[in-house]
Design a protein around this ligand. Structure first.
Ligand SMILES: Cc1cc2nc3c(=O)[nH]c(=O)nc-3n(C[C@H](O)[C@H](O)[C@H](O)COP(=O)(O)OP(=O)(O)OC[C@H]3O[C@@H](n4cnc5c(N)ncnc54)[C@H](O)[C@@H]3O)c2cc1C
Length: 504
């Protein structure tokens, strides 16, 4: 060990890596963050990828946890320059039949939009208002989080269990009467790889719906990259540093303890106390660690590891706002294209069968509605993704343009005249996403499947669900650990807390 060696190395400068680094630096650790790409942020970056003056979020774009996550709040990101913006409606779910159910942070606005299902929504929203903070604390804490669960309360747990034991279709059909309201929760669940018919699938969409109605689908002024800049500022002001273009190829253990990393060019950098990996779990266990350090059972689990669906993403520069038929969609941060429960179920079946979906479900983001700095005056950006198989026969090169056209046709159904507004478009097939961020294996944006079998004690593999790994001093702090995808910083914070606990 040399005196210049950092106490902790964080591998990967995604939001979880930077959150881990910020917590460690606050605790007095000297921290070095090593990032493979030429810029930090992982899936939270912004760039002009279509035309000059149009700022597009490369990955994550809407941040319900931004102002609510107990992992991010203590870092006071607004104090580090981050400005949040909101659209009047957070999530709109229009269909070609003219119906549209919308979720807003305003309970009355949501209830009005849901019509005869308004009272059912008021009951859910009332419960959520009374439990919101305790629920997030329990959800984002290191499992099993017994203290936080006790504070949440047995009756509330029972209520949540009733949701958790249902499929998205089952819960929605039981709770709502109209097809418009019924498509909301299963529609939001498909941000992950959870389909309407999946057993125990309701909880994912239910949580996302609650988040849309509380934290809201907020956007950072200037682009998602502003979150990364604010996190980095919190790391650097406590003496931490970042090195980009530094891909870690190996994590070295000495005397049974994580001791150093080796970069692609052979350089070895030692860590005095801990290494936190903001990397994909299969990469950590099958590539970065020597096989003799990883129990055979963990290796087998990683070879069988189930990634979530692939993601096919597009960015557009538009001559004006998308001309939505329904006025709610024109005022929403996020618009979801998914006509009905049956439409969403058929979409899920096709993706699981390895086919390119015929009628793609879409998550469509309108960042420039809330944040006009994203585009030149009067013009707009549009961002959208569909879920797809992670690979397809013949590769993406032969079908990407065709599928992009299909996505545009789908938007055109809900916003006639949309195609005439397009100035330029950029396509990100699953392999493009993985090339920009190695954690997005096969275009999976979720750090592995969000299926119930991959949650809590099984994320990413039992018994290493508490951020520790089989190698002492090495921690997994990426979204492959609990609680998974989303820009909440909880995986990074919890890994840092594990380091601090072990290091006294
Ligand atoms: C298209 C898309 C849309 C999304 N939309 C949303 C959204 O709207 N809202 C939301 O909350 N979430 C969204 N997400 C999910 C969210 O972005 C992720 O859950 C989050 O970024 C995970 O953070 P992370 O730090 O674990 O990993 P990442 O953000 O993936 O960062 C990992 C970092 O580690 C680096 N790295 C990997 N391997 C190495 C190595 N060997 N050496 C050095 N560096 C390495 C990578 O280059 C990367 O910078 C979206 C993701 C995508 C891709």
């Amino acid at each position: 060990m040399q005196s210049g060696d950092p106490d902790a190395i964080v591998v990967g400068a995604g939001p979880n890596g930077l959150t881990a680094a910020a917590y460690l630096a606050r605790a007095g650790f000297s921290v070095l963050v090593l990032e493979a790409e030429q810029e930090p942020g992982g899936a939270v970056r912004t760039r002009e990828v279509t035309l000059p003056g149009f700022h597009h979020d490369l990955g994550a774009a809407f941040f319900p946890f931004g102002q609510t996550s107990p992992a991010l709040l203590p870092l006071d990101l607004p104090g580090a320059g981050l400005v949040w913006r909101h659209a009047p409606i957070d999530s709109a779910h229009p269909a070609p039949d003219g119906t549209c159910a919308s979720i807003a942070r305003d309970v009355d606005a949501t209830a009005r939009s849901l019509g005869e299902d308004g009272p059912a929504w008021r009951r859910i929203a009332g419960w959520h208002a009374a439990t919101r903070e305790r629920l997030l604390n329990a959800l984002l804490a290191t499992p099993p989080a017994l203290g936080a669960l006790l504070r949440f309360g047995p009756l509330n747990l029972l209520r949540l269990a009733q949701v958790a034991l249902s499929s998205g279709r089952g819960f929605s059909t039981r709770t709502f009467r109209t097809e418009a309201a019924r498509r909301v929760i299963p529609g939001l669940a498909l941000h992950t790889d959870v389909g309407p018919e999946d057993p125990c699938g309701a909880i994912v969409g239910f949580m996302l719906t609650l988040l849309a109605s509380s934290g809201g689908f907020a956007v950072p002024e200037g682009g998602a990259g502003a979150i990364t800049r604010a996190l980095l500022r919190r790391v650097e002001e406590r003496g931490g540093s970042l090195r980009c273009g530094a891909r870690v190829e190996q994590i070295i253990a000495r005397q049974g303890r994580a001791a150093a990393v080796r970069l692609a060019d052979g350089e070895e950098i030692r860590a005095r106390r801990a290494i936190v990996a903001d990397v994909a779990a299969p990469t950590l266990y099958l590539r970065l660690l020597a096989a003799e350090l990883v129990p055979a059972r963990v290796q087998r689990a990683m070879r069988r590891f189930r990634q979530g669906f692939g993601t096919f993403k597009m960015d557009w520069a538009l001559d004006g706002p998308a001309p939505w038929s329904h006025e709610d969609a024109a005022r929403a941060a996020v618009v979801h294209a998914g006509d009905s429960l049956d439409d969403l179920a058929e979409f899920t079946r096709q993706v699981r069968a390895g086919a390119l979906p015929e009628h793609p479900y879409l998550v469509i983001g309108q960042q420039s509605l809330a944040d006009p700095t994203r585009a030149p005056a009067g013009r707009h950006t549009l961002w959208a993704y569909s879920r797809v198989p992670s690979s397809i026969d013949g590769g993406w090169a032969s079908s990407r343009e065709r599928f992009a056209d299909r996505i545009e046709a789908r938007i055109e159904e809900l916003a006639p005249g949309f195609r005439q507004r397009i100035l330029a478009r950029k396509i990100w097939a699953p392999d493009d996403l993985e090339a920009m961020d190695a954690n997005l294996i096969g275009g999976d944006l979720g750090g592995g499947s969000a299926d119930i079998r991959h949650q809590l004690f099984f994320r990413p593999v039992f018994p290493y669900f508490r951020y520790r790994t089989p190698v002492r001093g090495l921690y997994l702090g990426s979204s492959y650990a609990h609680p998974g995808a989303g820009v909440h910083g909880a995986c990074g914070r919890n890994a840092a807390l594990a380091v601090l606990e072990d290091e006294g």
